[in-house]
Design a protein. Structure first.
Length: 76
């Protein structure tokens, strides 16, 4: 299971205002998924309570257990 931790201080992230937030650093954090095969950014598809990821470069669905998740400081 992917652990949702701050990229700066490694504290556990909370969910606030429709996004991830680090209470320790007082900053928003974005979660981005990348293709395990070509390293392109993936599109998250959500339907019926289930999430899948689609790679436009490979033109195929990717298993959420294989995707590379990166947390980064939110811009703005």
């Amino acid at each position: 299971m992917i652990k949702n931790t701050c990229p700066q201080c490694e504290s556990e992230l909370s969910w606030k205002d429709q996004g991830y937030f680090c209470d320790y650093c007082q900053q928003g954090v974005t979660k981005t998924a990348f293709c395990p095969d070509c390293s392109e950014q993936l599109e998250k598809l959500q339907a019926c309570g289930s999430a899948s990821y689609f790679c436009h470069y490979c033109n195929e669905l990717k298993s959420k257990s294989r995707v590379k998740i990166v947390f980064s400081k939110a811009e703005g």
